[in-house]
Ligand binder design. Sequence first.
Ligand SMILES: O=P(O)(O)O[C@H]1O[C@H](CO)[C@@H](O)[C@H]1O
Length: 307
Amino acid sequence: MTTLVEFLNESLLLPLHRYSYEECRATADWLLAQMNVRPLVGIVCGSGLGGLAEMLKDQVAFNYKDIPNFPQSTVHGHAGRLVFGTLKGKPCVCMQGRFHLYEGYPIQKITLPMRIFKLLGVETVILTNAAGGLNQDYRVGDVMILKDHLNMPGFAGNNPLAGPNDERFGVRFPCMSDAYDRDLQQLAFDVGAELGYSDFLRKGVYCVLGGPSFETIAECRMLHKLGADAVGMSTVHEVIVARHCGMRVFALSLITNQAVMDYESEEKANHEEVLETGRLRAEQLERLVSNMVMRIEHNSDENINLY
Ligand SMILES: O=P(O)(O)O[C@H]1O[C@H](CO)[C@@H](O)[C@H]1O
């Protein structure tokens, strides 16, 4: 006999929170039916970094509102379009706008696109975000290559993999000590050096919080002591789901503002500054990402034209 708790979970809660394998498959098939190439690289544009999507050639774009099961973008600086095309000849799909916990979406919903990427054939995911700099050596405009993360919502039990596990996506207990691909981190530094960007390239630890309020001074001090170099409200949930289903992950943070660590400071974090820093670094980030994409090797490179 079904208990009251099971009944509530099955009939009221779970359907709101999760997508079955079949629902993910249906979304991916809907997209593939309108496409004659399969993307190998999936790119997520952070706040103010949507220009990355404009680099794609031979674009086919979908508004999120037209894609079955997709949430809508509600944040300024996140256009809400899924753009397919090629970048330096490599088939890519690009999310021009991501979803965040603070928009009120369940964590499984904001990470749904990662599973769609996987089912579309994506092998490598490149995530970008805007973040506040906690590391005192960082300057606004620096680009931090993620080597690791601190998952604060995860500490509180809000993990996108919570709930029943579907082995068709991945294992129950995925490893996260290798979440950020080391070869891709090195590639970013190599490409960055060739482009003359070494002065503003860093490597560090990103900490995700729920947002939408920016951090207090005490919170910034605490996060810094805990080992975080930058703080934001995204990316980590997507990384966990992408790694769970076996995609390679690379992530970078544009340091759009200095996190306020000092009670004497007059600075106040604000979204306008975040978007403005994105505009100032857009071109260099586009060059960095597109040159990386050109150099990433994929298992299915030889199959590109078969779909
Ligand atoms: O992480 P992305 O999507 O780049 O956005 C960052 O910028 C917004 C705050 O200005 C927050 O959403 C934060 O997470």
